[in-house]
Design a protein around this ligand. Structure first.
Ligand code: MN
Length: 239
């Protein structure tokens, strides 16, 4: 293979799979990818398997058409088009998480928009777009982003945001590194849980767009701190 990714990047991708399971974002489903460090037209992602069991030997290379390049003929996830089409549309995106993290689901199926409730989730910005698959593929789909056209429609819905919800399905989170996208995926779930609690108490005072930007910029200077804790916690759990 002419383009071999840095082993440290692969190691971080494996750890990220385990952290996201251990922190309740991924379960038997969902996936994380990182853009290839040598070839920006490709990305690294696990073969189709439970993320909690991923090892370095399970990482495959995928291109922006969704084709998997693997000498052993292994396949990746049906929903790899979420990743390929976002990498194609967004040159700034270096890592993508797709999950079904539970507290976020209600915000995709009601009029309540997911918005930043505290300084850890300023990356949510002014509001979070919701992708409605019925607009692209009608009323009888399995809700999965299983081809390029659906991936493109989802990327359009994401636009320049950091998070998009998939109605009745889950969410997608993007970032400039594995560490940042893991942080954002975990705090998207946290924000959803807190926002649901706050909405039961009364009218919510959300961060302003200026506060959202400033807090997000500040957090980006300290992404290694939570990463090290989550990594240690995952290792302690036997991952
Ligand atoms: Mn899914």
């Amino acid at each position: 293979m002419p383009h071999t990714a840095n082993t440290a990047l692969i190691d971080d991708l494996v750890v990220a799979n385990h952290i996201l399971v251990n922190e309740g974002v991924l379960d038997g489903f969902g996936h994380i990818s990182v853009r290839h460090d040598i070839d920006p037209g490709r990305f690294l992602i696990a073969r189709s398997m439970a993320p909690g069991l991923v090892t370095a030997g399970d990482i495959v290379v995928c291109d922006l058409d969704g084709a998997v390049h693997d000498a052993r003929g292994r396949r990746s996830y049906v929903e790899r088009f979420i990743h390929s089409e976002i990498y194609r549309a967004r040159a700034d995106v270096m890592a993508v998480v797709h999950s079904h993290s539970p507290a976020v689901i209600p915000f995709g199926v009601t009029g309540a928009r997911l918005r930043p409730i505290c300084h850890m989730s300023g990356f949510l910005g002014a509001s979070t777009p919701v992708f409605e698959i019925r607009h692209s593929a009608g009323e009888s789909t399995d809700l999965l982003i299983s081809n390029q056209a659906l991936g493109r429609a989802l990327a359009d819905s994401l636009g320049t945001s950091n998070v998009a919800l998939l109605r009745g399905h889950g969410n997608v989170v993007v970032g400039f590194s594995i560490q940042q996208v893991v942080f954002r995926a975990i705090y998207t779930e946290n924000n959803a849980r807190l926002q649901s609690e706050a909405m039961r108490l009364g009218e919510v005072n959300f961060l302003t767009p200026g506060e959202a930007q400033a807090t997000s910029d500040m957090i980006d200077e300290h992404l290694d701190r939570p990463w090290q804790v989550w990594k240690k916690r995952a290792l302690a759990q036997g991952f």
